[in-house]
Ligand binder design. Structure first.
Ligand code: SF4
Ligand code: SF4
Length: 152
């Protein structure tokens, strides 16, 4: 598989928060950090999630090079290198960077990298009842979105 991404098609979101719950379970997250969250701004639902930016501002802001982008385009944090300065969180334009208060390190979506290795879809995408979370390479995502637009 080439470069992968995740796109949230918010028009189809019904605000059930199943994606948030699935992500919390998959990553065994405590109360604080949320790698995906859906804000309710009636009549809209606004998803906050990592876009795995091609040129990640979080990566550029990190003073100790704890953030990298792998060959699949997944932006990852090396918790062993992180010094907990939160510069990445300030730099992220999407509010996607999270913080683990116990470990005092930045944490974020890894696109369920372990699931991808097993050819499984990310937990949020699998849990969404309206299939509004698309993932994979951009050609596949574009086709899926085109298809759902045609179905109206
Ligand atoms: S955490 Fe923010 S800046 Fe970094 S890759 Fe994700 S969306 Fe981009
Ligand atoms: S909190 Fe960690 S990952 Fe974020 S900028 Fe600081 S050292 Fe880098």
């Amino acid at each position: 598989m080439g470069k992968v991404s995740l796109v949230f098609f918010k028009e189809d979101c019904i605000g059930c928060h199943a994606c948030e719950v699935a992500c919390k379970q998959e990553h065994e997250l405590d109360v604080g950090p949320r790698f995906i969250k859906v804000l309710e701004r009636a009549p809209l639902y606004i998803p906050i999630y990592c876009h795995h930016c091609a040129k990640p501002p979080c990566k550029d802001a990190c003073p100790v090079e704890a953030i990298s982008r792998n060959e699949q385009g997944i932006v990852l944090i090396d918790e062993d290198l992180c010094i907990g300065c939160k510069a990445c969180a300030e730099a992220c334009p999407f509010g996607a960077m999270q913080f683990d208060d116990d470990k005092e390190v930045a944490v974020k979506c890894d696109l369920c990298i372990e699931r991808l290795k097993n050819n499984e879809q990310p937990a949020c995408s699998k849990a969404c009842p309206t299939r509004c979370i698309h993932w994979g390479d951009m050609k596949k995502i574009s086709k899926e979105i085109e298809g759902s637009l045609l179905q109206g």
